[in-house]
Write a protein of this length. Sequence first.
Length: 295
Amino acid sequence: MDFVDYYKLLGLNKTATSKDIKSAYRKLARKFHPDLNPNDKDAKKKFQEINEANEVLSDPEKRKKYDKYGKDWQHSEQFEKQRQYQQQPQDSRGNSYSGSQSEGDFSDFFESMFGRGKTAGYGRQVKFRGEDYNAELQLDLIDAYKTHKQTLTINEKKIRITIPAGIENGQTIKIAGHGGKGINGGPDGDLYITFSVANHPDFKRSGNDLFTTVNLDMYTAVLGGEITIETLNGKVKLKVKPETQNGSKVKLTGKGFPVYKNEGKFGDLYVTYLVKIPINLTEKQKSLFKQLSEL
């Protein structure tokens, strides 16, 4: 992965305070948010980079490592161990030793941390695991309702993934081996995808349950009847009981959101009735309502 200067990305320098970082992030996040830039791939990429920069620079420990090691900050611990190893006294064969610790003991420890590498000068050539990549994928509620495939482009490499129905907002999945390339033959890193599921104008999700409101005319509310309502899986007919009150709720079992990785299982749909009072009544209609009120 090419080196990205997180400070430059946020329009800051290395002396920036945590307040400066927070302010710059908020300003740029609003500017490049996918909801405000639909179908703009460059804005989406920029938004992901801004989030990544903020995640690192707003964390004091990560920022310290980034300032010292730059693009290799995620490997800081390995670098430190390698440096300490190379600074230890060495025998005539270039093998390190320390105090009473035997060569075999340290070698086993070193190889368990980094893997066996090639001999190059003093000590071993250390294998480093590739960098983990983080990406955010925007979905709408209907996308998350059904299992489907999407193709992502990560560092100019296309990756086709299957997104299971019922994915949660903020949920992260790992795609093993699709991160940065390993160094000196080390294993590749992983790709972590965090899903951002947008709100729906008509349905609110809570876990596997869905909530919606339906307008009900006064006559159907009083006398009862049958109405047709929309769900995320098509239209359904619903019987309305006589004398239904404004704000009353009914539950449609199994008409909610699919349960993640549990095919065939669904949450429930809760419908709240909003009884609408008729307007623009004629004089005759008003007279009839008056007669009703006097009964």
